[in-house]
Design a protein around this ligand. Structure first.
Ligand code: GLV
Ligand code: GLV
Length: 338
């Protein structure tokens, strides 16, 4: 048997391509900046054994049914809400992701958003570059660009997985009270180490000065933050989302910002990506918007690529891939191509 065939839905770091090439026949790489259209992907998967996917690729039942030889989907992302994992499992298809390697990069970006919103960094930058500062003829003013102090405030973390914990670790330097809510409570030791206190969802909403979201998008977390939740938050609170856009009900958030239920928001992810420039979100000065760049550092993207390759290679060797998402699949089919 020749090398198994893999299709890759976007240009990956070269290191990953080189690693994959040694074991797989790369039948194609989508070379455009934008994602392959669904119809193209449907065609591409017909005859492949493995697929490297991105979060912008919709891997649904129909697509899986079009890929009778497909044995593994190696996702280049930690989140995998774009994939019908349940159906893949039924079909004996392995699904892998890239957790761990992007944790610190996402936590850094979360903090960049927290500080940007709290201290009005983007607004202040525009104030200088746009000449407005110059026009005030005032170098320093007691009331210029007053923001919110971060030091000593309460940081609320919704979802205390790897990324949530990395965000909590960074909060220590800011002398914050850290509260969190998650489906799963951390061990007492870990809570102590992080200085984080477990609270119920309601308390998290009511007591956080900064509320940062780190849950995956699932049926349970879809629109978890809606009107009711936003109304419970402090008027002075800042909402941060570097997880998935659809965890927040966007229309409710816009209303909350318009009516001043909360003080500001920092968003790296949206229900619709790319975010249309006429979205009402773009009109708020107290909202910082980023184009889904949580894991976007050269180092992290390289490690994500390597992990994708490691998953593919382990599978080919008949081993359990290091970051397998659907462990139940092990009962349905052994790893490897037969
Ligand atoms: C990015 O959003 C990821 O899930 O890795
Ligand atoms: C992702 O890496 C998480 O578990 O938070």
């Amino acid at each position: 048997m020749g090398k198994p065939k893999v299709y890759i839905t976007r240009q990956l770091p070269q290191k990953a391509i080189d690693m994959i090439k040694e074991y797989y026949d790369i039948v194609g790489i989508w070379e455009e900046y934008y994602p392959p259209p669904y119809e193209v992907l449907l065609e591409k998967v017909k005859d492949i054994d493995a697929l490297v996917s991105l979060l912008t690729d919709k891997i649904d039942k129909n697509l899986i049914d079009n890929a009778p030889r497909l044995r593994i989907i190696a996702q280049y992302a930690v989140g995998y809400d774009n994939i019908d994992v349940e159906y893949a499992t039924q079909k004996g298809i392995y699904v892998t992701n890239t957790p761990g390697v992007l944790t610190e990069a996402v936590a850094d970006l979360t903090w960049a958003l927290i500080l940007s919103v709290a201290r009005r960094i983007v607004e202040a930058d525009q104030f200088v570059k746009g000449g407005e500062w110059w026009r005030t003829k005032t170098g320093w003013h007691p009331m210029m660009m007053l923001g919110m102090e971060v030091n000593g405030k309460t940081l609320g973390i919704l979802g205390m997985g790897r990324i949530g914990r990395a965000v909590a670790r960074r909060a220590k330097g800011f002398n914050m009270r850290i509260i969190y809510y998650d489906k799963y409570r951390l061990s007492e030791d870990l809570e102590k180490e992080l200085g984080a206190e477990f609270v119920d969802f309601e308390t998290l909403l009511k007591e956080s000065d900064i509320l940062s979201i780190h849950v995956p998008l699932t049926k349970e977390t879809y629109h978890l933050i809606g009107e009711n939740e936003l109304k419970k938050m402090k008027k002075g609170a800042i909402l941060i989302n570097t997880a998935r856009g659809a965890v927040i009900d966007t229309r409710a958030l816009i209303k909350a910002l318009e009516e001043g239920w909360i003080a500001g928001a920092g968003l790296d992810v949206f229900e619709q990506e790319p975010l249309p420039p006429d979205s009402p979100l773009t009109k708020f000065k107290n909202v910082v918007l980023l184009p889904h760049i949580g894991s976007a550092t050269t180092e992290t993207r390289t490690r994500m690529g390597e992990l994708v390759a490691e998953n593919l290679i382990a599978f080919l060797k008949g081993e359990t891939p290091p970051t397998l998402v659907n462990k139940e699949v092990l009962k349905i089919r052994k790893p490897g191509f037969d």
